[in-house]
Design a protein around this ligand. Sequence first.
Ligand SMILES: NC(=O)c1ccc[n+]([C@@H]2O[C@H](COP(=O)([O-])OP(=O)(O)OC[C@H]3O[C@@H](n4cnc5c(N)ncnc54)[C@H](O)[C@@H]3O)[C@@H](O)[C@H]2O)c1
Length: 135
Amino acid sequence: MLRVCIIGMGPIGNRHARMYQENDQVQLVGVCDRIPERADAAAKALGVPAFGEASRMLAELKPDLCSVATGGYEYGSDHYEPTLQALEAGAHVLCEKPICNEIPKAEAMVRLAREKKTVSGRQSEPPLYAGRCAR
Ligand SMILES: NC(=O)c1ccc[n+]([C@@H]2O[C@H](COP(=O)([O-])OP(=O)(O)OC[C@H]3O[C@@H](n4cnc5c(N)ncnc54)[C@H](O)[C@@H]3O)[C@@H](O)[C@H]2O)c1
């Protein structure tokens, strides 16, 4: 059973959450958004703890896998920091598309995933991805 967290609880983070909860190979254990109302609403609906800081969630819950469903400018500028945080915490990462707006940062994300021997993907099918990790 993979323990999974999600950073970024907009429409897409909530979609990941629903898909994880339908997958018997994974257990959603926590959600994070820097907008407290978003974190709290998702946590209440999903029955998991809410966090405002990704670093605290990763340290407390130590997930096997973390979805990064943040957005930002052109829906890609907010992926870099939480992806690095999750990889540094030892989690596999499913980072939403586009991976990053800046190529050097995107390359650093992939490089760290390789160094950590984790799998970093930008799939849009969490159950499929989690299933691969579980095998
Ligand atoms: N795979 C697909 O088919 C598909 C479809 C649509 C969108 N997307 C992608 O999904 C991502 C999310 O889209 P959305 O519409 O839900 O975006 P959104 O902007 O509505 O939500 C992102 C959330 O992330 C939070 N956030 C940002 N940085 C954070 C951080 N460091 N820590 C905690 N929370 C943080 C924001 O507060 C916000 O609530 C985007 O990258 C988008 O391109 C993918």
